[in-house]
Write a protein that binds this ligand. Sequence first.
Ligand code: ADP
Ligand code: MG
Length: 359
Amino acid sequence: MRAAITRYEAAHQAMGTEFTLVAYGDDPQYLTAVGNEVFDEIDRLEGQMSIYKPKSELSVINRTAASRSVCAEPKLFELLVNAVDHSQSTGGAFDVTAGPLMKAWGFFRGKGRVPSNSEIAQVLRRVGSRHVHLNRAERTIRFDMEGLELDLGAIGKGYAVDRAVDIVRRYGVTRALVSSGTSSLYALGAPPGARGWSISLRNPYSSEKAANIVYLRNCSLSTSGNYEKFFKLGTKTYAHILNPSTGKPVENMLAAIVLAPSACDADALSTAFYVMGVERTREYLATHRDLMALFYLPSSTGRKFRRAILRSDGSSRIGAFFPRTPERKRKSTRKGTSTGASARSSARYATARWDDRSL
Ligand code: ADP
Ligand code: MG
């Protein structure tokens, strides 16, 4: 007789967020062992990539690479190559060297502060992926100036999700959802009997309101939102995504959501597109494949927002399905849990109000 299908769900704090794994299989103990391995690997990656840990490999690179070439562990090196490629292909909108800017604005351990224009100009001299030299043959990193710092905050959680999915796959699990809080997720296969993993996109003005549902299958989704980390001074709100060309927080953007084959790419690109806005993203998508981008943009009327959806060539191959109303309406009023995947295979996620016409 065939064993009944079991649903496993577990959460784990790492990288300043809560990772969750939901997986289906026929042996609960086996799924628990896979989950433990996944969370061990995420902890290992945090120990390697965190700039909050002085002994992490990335912190050592940041302290040393201006004075000599530093050899990196192969997978970390690959991630840095990917991060520098994204920095270059997005014209610096995603910038892996944005670390000093984050510090200047008090987002690193601090409560937030507004630096003067001259301080920003000083800091910007130490920002730019052109100062990072990667030697692929020797797997080494070298900075060509002092004060440069790599910050994987906009790509590391997506990368960790991909590594977790590698483990899950290696153990023969075919139906799983891995998420790094509200940052990035990967939907492997689909829950039994479902067309995909149901992901609820939150309203940018209220984490309690689910605005949209999207079903994902073998696809990743990442969100960069102005509500994730910010500080207020007077009447002004400063969010944690900085425009490396001005050195200031991006304004007039509520959220950028990217659907892509890998969570690492989706993570880097959601940050990049948040900075680039709709028109520059449209240009980017004209020369790249297999991507979809959703934007939630402020509207002139109160707490409403506008939506824009852009697709590149090949985006129809992305495993994302948007249900039509009335199901969308019904589900969008249902409350979910505040993190990760909730019951019935639904994961609560990021942003906005749907506009049927452009789908
Ligand atoms: P989340 O952390 O919610 O996933 P993002 O993926 O957009 O959000 O990453 C934001 C983080 O990336 C910031 O907290 C900061 O560490 C870093 N960062 C901010 N602006 C940029 C930028 N323009 N390019 C690269 N990294 C950035
Ligand atoms: Mg990101």
